[in-house]
Design a protein around this ligand. Structure first.
Ligand code: PLP
Length: 398
């Protein structure tokens, strides 16, 4: 019998934390607030100089020659596929283990996402599975740097080059990471970022595409502005403009870009803090039989967006769902990344996908759990996570 103080919150005991700890969270300091206020008091609150300044800073950070700011990571993915002229009849390789937006972007363009299985140790798309899914209709390969670890790019780039199929990187988790010394943002032909509050840096909502190709960048600039070929507000004299193709309003405001600039200046520090927390988790969890963190591979700099553990089958008296719920009741708001795309109702109905299509992703889904990890976490918060995990582990392990 467990001591009364150790009774799980799920079973009526006292939770480890009264104030729940989220799995991810933003950090906005005084400097950021001031930068935003300054822009809000100025003449340009959208489509002004801060957008270009933020794009410049983002490009230089990622080693890309062009960066285009958009209103969300989803808009960034959509714009990237539009720039590649993906359309009806085309297929795009998409990893099964990702947020639905990666695959949705393909559907926005009327094309078919071909959901592809992942490496069971890292949950990164498996290059051999990518190769096996390619057909004469494949017009792009999307890779997702799951949890912040960069994909197997040596292999993926080789496939992309040999078959002349462009590589689009969903880098929504991996800003600040690298692969063989190459920074995330200069690996794929197009690289897409999210600036949502749980992501490495935030503008509230926001996104970015980086590329070395100025023509693709020019397309995306137009695409985010209704497909209109010039920005009238920036131009004197000539007042004519033309909409040359279908676009959207995917613009990011100037005050958001001011926030983004302030955020970027903190990124190195925040990455360092994420690494510290991840190292602590790895060390402590290493001695907990039945729990295994995702495998980290060389030669990469991990951006540690998420810390994902697996509850190994046969090691616990209850299913993952109960372990997950028990942690949440302790005040540790664990999360699930992700239900594989092909198991979502929309994909089953529209594309006839279902269980059996990507067994590694499906199997992982039964076991995964995301622990809190964000730069503002204190050592005390980290200890709380580990105490709660140990409490639940000790209670339910076989
Ligand atoms: C967050 C995220 C997106 C979408 O970004 P939004 O800014 O929320 O639109 C896409 N792909 C992945 C992998 C993400 O984590």
């Amino acid at each position: 019998m467990a001591a009364p103080g150790n009774r799980l919150a799920l079973e009526g005991g006292t939770p480890i934390r009264r104030q729940a700890l989220p799995y991810g969270s933003h950090w906005i300091d005084e400097d950021s607030l001031q930068a935003v206020e300054e822009v809000l008091r100025s003449e340009w609150i959208t489509t002004g100089p801060k957008v270009a300044e933020f794009e410049h800073a983002f490009a230089s950070l990622t080693g890309a020659s062009c960066a285009v700011a958009l209103s969300s990571g989803t808009a960034a993915l959509h714009a990237a596929l539009a720039a590649l002229r993906i359309g009806p009849g085309d297929e795009v390789i998409v990893p099964a283990m990702t947020f639905v937006a990666t695959a949705n972007a393909v559907v926005f363009q009327g094309a078919t996402p071909v959901l592809t299985d992942v490496d069971p140790d890292t949950l990164l798309v498996d290059p051999a599975a990518v190769q096996a899914r390619i057909t004469s209709r494949t017009k792009a390969i999307m890779a997702v740097d799951f949890a912040g670890q960069t994909c197997h790019y040596a292999e993926l780039l080789q496939i992309s080059k040999a078959l002349q199929i462009p590589l689009v990187v969903d880098a929504c988790h991996s800003l600040g990471g690298s692969y063989l010394g190459k920074p995330v943002g200069s690996i794929g032909l197009l690289n897409c970022f999210s600036l949502h509050p749980v992501k490495p840096v935030t503008t509230g909502e926001g996104g970015m595409v980086t590329t070395a190709d100025p023509q693709l960048a020019a397309f995306i600039r137009r695409f985010r502005n209704h497909g209109i070929d010039r920005d009238l507000r920036q131009r004197k004299g000539d007042c004519r403009y033309e909409m040359v193709e279908l676009g959207f309003n995917y613009r990011l405001t100037d005050f958001q870009c001011a926030l983004g600039l302030a955020q970027l200046s903190h990124l190195p520090c925040w990455l360092q803090r994420r690494r510290e927390i991840a190292a602590r988790y790895q060390e402590e969890i290493g001695s907990m039989e039945g729990i295994r963190p995702l495998v980290v591979r060389d030669p990469r700099e991990h951006a540690w967006h998420l810390f994902v553990i697996r509850f190994l089958p046969g090691s616990f008296r209850v299913p993952r769902q109960t372990l997950f719920e028990a942690l949440r009741q302790e005040g540790i708001l664990t999360n699930l990344h992700y239900l594989p795309v092909h198991l979502h109702a929309f994909y089953r109905q529209r594309f006839g996908t279902g269980p059996g299509l990507c067994p590694n992703a499906e199997c992982a889904y039964q076991e995964i759990c995301t622990l809190p990890l964000f730069p503002r976490m204190t050592d005390h918060d980290v200890n709380d996570v580990l105490r709660a995990l140990k409490k639940v582990w000790a209670h339910y392990r076989k």
